[in-house]
Design a protein around this ligand. Structure first.
Ligand code: CP
Ligand code: NVA
Length: 309
């Protein structure tokens, strides 16, 4: 089993396991004894790399950072890279420019490949975000019906959230400028997930419409790492999409503000909002650790069995 898309994992089970690992970290401290998580990052990272590093250590295993992006760029073919890494490691975490490259690696890999962010999805981030939403907005009925507004670019984070929201039955509205929404294939995938769960997914070009009465307001950078799109062109297209206190005031009074980070303060969100009382960006960052433990445990087939020693 690989985790390339958030739809590759049983999301409710992963969230339950993450919550258990958060509540009782000691109970999981030997669950992955002797296991090695190798990592290849083609782009910078703070949260993804460190949360996985600490997660595997706290589960009893080791982190091996291969560092060199060259590994995926002509060093050898994907077949040989994947099979060689599998001789030493039990999982491979990869942050790549192209999702196709990840899929090719997965097609040849005897060990689980974990998407640490591609141009198409950021499933590990979305799992942590759904954990955060369930902690802060969940009721005894779960989080279905929670109203989420994603305001911004139809990017990797947006795609994983849409699909995750579809799987969990959230009510999500995406506001993007014309031409900057998710690709058709992602919309179809999220819609198919939503059909089974009863989630509501809608699209608008009006940030105000999306945010009105929302429980959660989420944004991300307008220009993602490695994106070729011109920053000035995008800034012009996204005029009016910056999350300010005025826009936040349209959401419910107890709404939370979310951002995966890193953020461009004063661009997609004002400093006042992201550093203000409604912001839960560090709760999200903290939950990366627990969500990443759940990912490792599920990929290792350790679904919730706690360590007794
Ligand atoms: N949110 C996130 O993935 O952060 P990093 O780029 O720092 O890993
Ligand atoms: N959309 C952003 C997310 C960073 C975690 C990017 O790809 O740069």
């Amino acid at each position: 089993m690989h985790l390339l898309s958030i739809s590759d994992i049983d999301v409710p089970k992963a969230l339950a396991l993450a919550a258990k690992a958060k509540a009782k970290p000691q109970a999981f401290s030997h669950t992955l004894d002797g296991k090695t998580l190798a990592a290849i990052f083609e782009k910078p990272s703070t949260r993804t790399k460190l949360s996985f590093h600490v997660a595997i250590n706290q589960l009893g295993g080791h982190f091996a950072d291969l560092a060199g992006a060259h590994i995926l760029n002509g060093h050898e073919d994907a077949h040989d890279t994947a099979n060689a890494i599998a001789q030493y490691a039990d999982f491979l975490l990869a942050r790549v420019n192209s999702h196709e490259q990840l899929a090719e690696l997965a097609a040849h890999s005897p060990i689980p490949i974990i998407n640490g962010l591609s141009d198409a999805e950021h499933p590990c981030q979305a799992l942590a975000d759904l954990l955060t939403i369930s902690e802060l907005k969940g009721t005894s009925d779960g989080i279905n019906g929670t109203k989420v507004a994603f305001v911004g670019d139809g990017n990797n984070v947006c795609n994983s959230l849409l699909i995750g929201a579809g799987l969990l039955g959230l009510d999500i509205t995406l506001a993007s400028p014309p031409g900057f929404g998710p690709k058709g294939a992602m919309i179809s995938k999220a819609a198919a997930c939503a059909q089974a769960s009863g989630a509501s997914i809608s699209y608008t070009t009006s940030p105000k419409l999306a945010i009105k009465d929302a429980d959660v307001v989420y944004t991300d950078v307008w220009v993602s790492m490695g994106e070729k799109e011109n920053t000035a062109v995008k800034a012009a297209a996204f005029e009016g999409f910056s999350i300010t206190s005025e826009l936040m005031a349209l959401a419910k009074a107890n709404a939370i503000f979310m951002h995966c980070l890193p953020a461009q303060k004063g661009v997609e969100v004002s400093k006042e909002v992201i550093e203000g009382p409604q912001s839960v960006v560090f709760e999200q960052a903290a939950n990366r650790l627990h969500a990443q433990k759940a990912v490792l445990l599920m990929l290792a087939g350790q679904t919730g069995e706690v360590n007794s020693s």
